[in-house]
Write a protein that binds this ligand. Sequence first.
Ligand code: MG
Length: 409
Amino acid sequence: MQIREMEVIPVAHREPPLRNSWGAHSEVAARTIVRLTTADGEVGVGETYGDERVIDALERAAGLVEGMNPFARKPLELRLQDPMAYGAVDTALVDLLGRHLGEPAYNVLGGKVRDEVAFSGYLFYKYADSDPDSASVAPYEVDSAESMVEEAREFVGEHGFRTLKVKGGVLDPDEELRTLELLAEEFGRDVPLRIDPNGTWSVETATRIARRLREMDLRVQFLEDPVPTMHAHARLKRNVDYPIATNMFVTEFDQIAPAVELDAVDVILSDHHYWGGMTGNLRLDDAARTLDLGVGMHSNSHLGVSMAAMAHVAAAMPTVRYACDTHYPWMAEDVIEGGPLAFEDGCIALSDEPGLGVELDESELARMRERYHETDPLAYSSVSSMAAEYADAETEVGRAAWLPNKPRW
Ligand code: MG
């Protein structure tokens, strides 16, 4: 069995101006689809970030992937030395092998430990969508605790999420605290809550907020990256009794040991787009279980191929006991046939079809690929475009003068 062709297909999709500590998501964002085709015409598909750096790395990787046996992934991982590029290829290899063997992706990964995967309702403060008709949910501005509750009602009503996560680091920490309080009043004080300020709080601010949350007796599952650095988290953990989760200061295997030695983390957020792809996330799961760490799942804006991959890999990771994160419900369009995949009671039921169980919609793929090539690449969702949005919307200073200097509060 031999791979004949690896296609790297950038696509642009619309998404809402969701806010975070860097600014706001661009309303036209990029993703990359990777498609492998064997000499016999069998196909495997992956999806990853759409930054130019990732696209360049994937295009360089094609020379190593074409001609390889799809079962022989370890030599490829060693040759690539690029976790992001490898992650996309690994996903396409798992899909390809599943289709070839007639087995769902979770069986290629060793079998599932759950039949459905729970996701959190990922709530954002946001600007109003410039084109409300293209929004899948909540096209209005969300800039207060009250409007966040309205957004959450729509989200929970439509998708049934049973865990709520707030992207913080946007409003004053006390307003974000009030948001959690109102969400608990609306959905019940036993609803699991999380907040992710992306390192914008000082240790002192995070300590004060965490103590207030404890006094209010809210069911906060963990605080995600509340402060900016690994050492700041170690210092914070001496002050608070909520678990600390991260997708910012432990993002590769070499960072696990120092974080454990410092006692800076309780929950590592996995992500098959890096961490060695879908197969590498199984190693993360084993490492975390050995070290008595929890595992959740990080998300960035993504389409249906990644949604399917996230569900399959989460189902194959025993240590994933937290509802996973996903931006998927915010996306109003998709590259998969019959998309988007539907949530039921906040869960994605696993497909038993071979591979990831999704097929590319060729006409949607062509349309979104054309948009990528027609649109100014600077408009894509990236830290630099977010910084530009932030400077425009939040401050009087020019783009060049704005610095993402953390902690902010
Ligand atoms: Mg995070």
